[in-house]
Design a protein around this ligand. Structure first.
Ligand code: DC
Length: 230
């Protein structure tokens, strides 16, 4: 079973997707981390991010591993580094690279073969897994999203004014929506959830209930039947 969660940055996708996957004993795929990991690799190799072919070649050569919330690139643990502003801001070049997108969608599908997966990103319900059994589209007000991002950065040791975050966020939203391939938009069959006024537990509980109702198994049997924890 594939559960997709798409939506803009700061809507709460990562935390809810991770928790939902854990409750269902499904694998969790953080596809934003993949774009971030490719960005990290290209920056490290000094590749011109505008050079689409060089970036794509570097992505194909890289060794990317995603293990229990940690991200490794060519053996380096980059879990924290890929969340820094420098990487976040440059990820737009990677996300706009169609060859990299095709490569990462391929990788996402490979990782999902034979598995029960909760996957989150921008294009999971539209491009990567159009036949997913259950799709969600998470949103929240721009201010709520910016405040969450500010909190995440603070936890990572970066203090950024809210005005800067709002401005960057607006730019990212526009680029995500305008992208030629893999643009951020809800799949026609996605269930929209506005997380602005809901707390974490309410969001996860609502999603879990919907997934369980669609899986066709009684709640008590679900973990046994779908038990493929990472
Ligand atoms: O969700 P995030 O902030 O970690 O995503 C990082 C970047 O990757 C962001 O610019 C959007 C892009 N992205 C994408 O284009 N497609 C995805 N499936 C996931 C993320």
């Amino acid at each position: 079973m594939i559960v997709t969660i798409d939506g803009p940055a700061g809507a709460g996708k990562s935390t809810t997707a991770r928790e939902l996957a854990s409750r269902l004993a499904f694998q969790f795929l953080d596809t934003g981390a993949m774009y971030r990991a490719v960005t990290w690799l290209c920056l490290r190799q000094g590749i011109d991010l505008d050079d689409e072919r060089a970036v794509a070649a570097s992505a194909r050569r890289g060794d990317f591993r995603f293990q229990g919330g940690q991200v490794f690139v060519d053996g380096h643990d980059v879990t924290r580094e890929i969340r820094r502003s420098a990487v976040t801001n440059d990820t737009r070049f990677i996300a706009a690279n169609n060859e990299v997108r095709a490569f990462l969608v391929e990788l996402q599908r490979e990782l999902a073969v034979g598995a029960n997966v909760v996957t989150e990103g921008r294009d999971q319900g539209t491009v990567a897994f159009p036949h997913a059994e259950c799709k969600f589209f998470l949103t929240a007000s721009p201010l709520k999203r910016a405040l969450r991002r500010q909190q995440d950065l603070a936890q990572n040791g970066e203090q950024v004014p809210i005005e800067d975050i709002l401005a960057q966020q607006e730019g990212r939203d526009q680029r995500d929506a305008m992208r030629e391939y893999g643009a951020l938009k809800p799949a026609p069959d996605a269930i929209p959830i506005d997380t602005s006024e809901l707390d974490f537990e309410q969001v996860v509980a609502r999603m879990e209930q919907i997934v369980r109702s669609r899986s066709g198994f009684p709640a008590s049997r679900l973990n046994v039947t779908f038990g493929t924890e990472d």
